[in-house]
Design a protein around this ligand. Sequence first.
Ligand SMILES: C[S@@+](CC[C@H](N)C(=O)[O-])C[C@H]1O[C@@H](n2cnc3c(N)ncnc32)[C@H](O)[C@@H]1O
Length: 272
Amino acid sequence: MSQDRIPPRVRAMYGPEDLSSSPSFAGGYINFGYWEAIPLTDELDDADRTRSQQDLYRRVLGEFGRPAGSRVAEIGCGRGLGSALALREFDFASVCGVDIHPEQLARARAANAELLATHGGRLCYELGAADAQPFPDASLDALYSVEAAQHFRELTGFARESARVLRPGGQLVMTTFFSTGPQAAAPLAELLESFADGLDVAHPIDDFEADLGKAGFTSVRVESIGAAVWPGLDRYLEGTPVRGLWPRNFLIAWRQGLLDYYLVSATRAEEG
Ligand SMILES: C[S@@+](CC[C@H](N)C(=O)[O-])C[C@H]1O[C@@H](n2cnc3c(N)ncnc32)[C@H](O)[C@@H]1O
């Protein structure tokens, strides 16, 4: 995979800038978290923040209903902690974390060296992209992605490639933030520098739903989970040194109806 395929802001953010070291995050995970089970007191700490991010993974992985023997992959695995959690807590046959950024993969392999050594063959981390996944046709039972698709330049290729690698009847579950429609792109770029500088793309949720249908998915389900994400994240950020900086505008953008956090699940159509 050529480094040229990585958009410049994505290359910098997950290379030298190492987003996981920002005070907005904790514990090596890099997502905004699912806060439903965490009391939003004034004293949220790093343990709460880490748990919120693990709970976002649990919310996604819970959609699979623990199919025994599943061959599973994650797209945009970052430091690989969510892939390790999937293996430990959900008992899949194998989990392979995929990321476009070689530095993230090096971090994932280092952070999970013990598990890789003890569960050799059941856990792996591979270089690949949402639209160029390193798997043969119909080789996976399940595929998931957590807060990575906002970085993909387009989602048509992600939908098409996910349909290719899943076996008929296999399931895709993903979560991240999407815009509520094309009209939101300009105001989002005004409010949030990650949209203005090209780190994030304001993908309209309806377009992605259509992409999944065209790629051969059925039973497409889209659920808004923003109420369990943005208020909790903002309460945490209130108590950190990132106070006043751009991440806090996510809550404002959500309240203005410009974006939302969604959980999307879909099933690869059976053949014939
Ligand atoms: C916000 S981080 C999320 C990491 C992890 N899922 C988590 O929740 O901790 C997004 C990750 O997606 C990766 N990424 C960005 N564009 C990608 C693409 N087109 N294909 C695969 N991975 C990509 C980045 O390198 C980064 O590691």
